[in-house]
Design a protein around this ligand. Structure first.
Ligand SMILES: NC(=O)c1ccc[n+]([C@@H]2O[C@H](COP(=O)([O-])OP(=O)(O)OC[C@H]3O[C@@H](n4cnc5c(N)ncnc54)[C@H](O)[C@@H]3O)[C@@H](O)[C@H]2O)c1
Length: 360
């Protein structure tokens, strides 16, 4: 297959692209605008592979998307490009509306134009896979409640509202125009190459620098964590074996309170970090409670039994094994982190495409 991945330079997108290149025979085109969250250094291990191609472009630009589709002739589109950080959506929702809603609309229209001209058999085999979040369901208050694929949408933040809107558009393009879509809604991801504004990498890097470890409110918010490489495997299962028009929830059965995640990282750093910052007796001493995020969701938890039952996917990592791997990865890749933190990863963009051009 030719698989077009949008947002393939982001955290989950880069894990998916690495998975597709390293574990399948498919050709991959990574279509990414390279916002602050896009980092081609996360794809260094596969950038010279002849089955991989990168195009820097905006999904909002429908003409550009259509030109790329007509040239690359994808059999599947896996749509991950999005603005994804809740705090940024609260400070400035505009980009979230633009990319997550208008961008998904443009991508759907370009795809419909390309797909409608395919021969009958290829039209039937084509897949548009929309990657979304469990945050569209709002939050849970009962301790035993779980989000299923039929839980009503009740998004809380500008981020989750914009993702909910994009899910509705994708379902409408299936129902109205017959576009063969599949949708996945996944819980919080963590793992290597995670941008350091998100909780787990932020805590690891702040702790190593001896800086405060910020915990929102009382830290009792519950999230269901999934190791990013388990998510990449699930996405490949769904795009190749999922039933058209269906939604699959993806989760790791790893519900954790935020404060326990932060304490868990501190305990691992006590064991794995070669040294402590000056004046820090224990990493956990750096934990600092800060004013809660407005509209903060209390608990997310996914019922992933449908994808397990129908497609045979289960996560390989427990939270303990995945968190250990993640902390070790950050300790081993401080150079990647430094280049994100000082902004130099953005200066290298040209270098990477030059390298690719030279080898091609
Ligand atoms: N991170 C999570 O825990 C999580 C959980 C469930 C679902 N999701 C969803 O998975 C997807 C990927 O999440 P992530 O954490 O990897 O995000 P990310 O912010 O790390 O990466 C997003 C990528 O999209 C690109 N992009 C942004 N706007 C674009 C545009 N207009 N045109 C083309 N490319 C653009 C960015 O350059 C970046 O490479 C998102 O749709 C997100 O909603 C994320």
């Amino acid at each position: 297959m030719n698989i077009l991945v949008t947002g393939g330079a982001g955290f989950i997108g880069s894990a998916l692209v690495r998975h597709l290149i390293e574990n399948t025979d498919h050709d991959v085109l990574n279509f990414d605008k390279l916002t602050y969250a896009g980092n081609l250094e996360s794809l260094q291990s596969i950038v010279t592979n002849t089955r991989y191609e990168f195009v820097q472009a905006d999904i909002v630009d429908q003409a550009e998307v259509l030109a790329v589709l007509n040239r690359f002739q994808p059999h599947a589109i896996m749509h991950l490009a999005a603005e994804s950080h809740v705090d940024r959506s609260i400070d400035g929702p505009s980009e979230f509306i633009q990319t997550n809603i208008v961008g998904t609309y443009s991508l759907l229209e370009a795809t419909r134009s390309y797909w409608s001209k395919l021969p009958e058999a290829e039209r039937a085999a084509f897949r548009f896979h929309h990657i979304s979040t469990d945050e569209v369901y709002g939050d849970l208050h009962g301790v035993d409640d779980l989000f299923t694929e039929t839980t009503p949408y009740a998004p809380s933040s500008p981020y989750s509202a914009s993702k909910a809107a994009s899910d509705h558009l994708v379902r409408a393009w299936h129902r109205t125009y017959g576009l063969p879509v599949v949708i996945t809604n996944c819980s919080n991801n963590y793992g290597p190459f995670h941008f350091p504004e998100k909780l787990i990498p932020l805590v690891i890097l702040n702790a190593l620098a001896g800086k405060p470890l910020p915990v929102y409110g009382n830290g009792l918010q519950v999230r269901d964590w999934l190791f990013v490489e388990d998510h990449a495997r699930a996405l490949f299962k769904v795009v190749t074996e999922g039933a058209v028009g269906e939604t699959y929830n993806i989760g790791g059965h790893n519900e954790q309170k935020n404060i326990d995640v932060v304490r868990g990282i501190c305990a691992l750093l006590e064991e794995l970090a070669p040294e402590r910052p000056a004046g820090v007796a224990h990493f956990a001493d750096l934990i600092t409670y800060v004013t809660d995020r407005p509209g903060h969701d209390m608990r997310y938890a996914i019922d992933a039994s449908k994808i397990e039952r129908e497609l045979g996917w289960t996560p390989e990592e427990t939270f303990e094994s995945g968190l250990r791997k993640t902390v070790q990865w950050y300790l081993d890749n401080l150079d990647w982190c430094r280049r994100v933190q000082d902004g130099s990863y953005q200066g290298e963009r040209l270098g990477f495409s030059d390298l690719k051009d030279l080898i091609a």
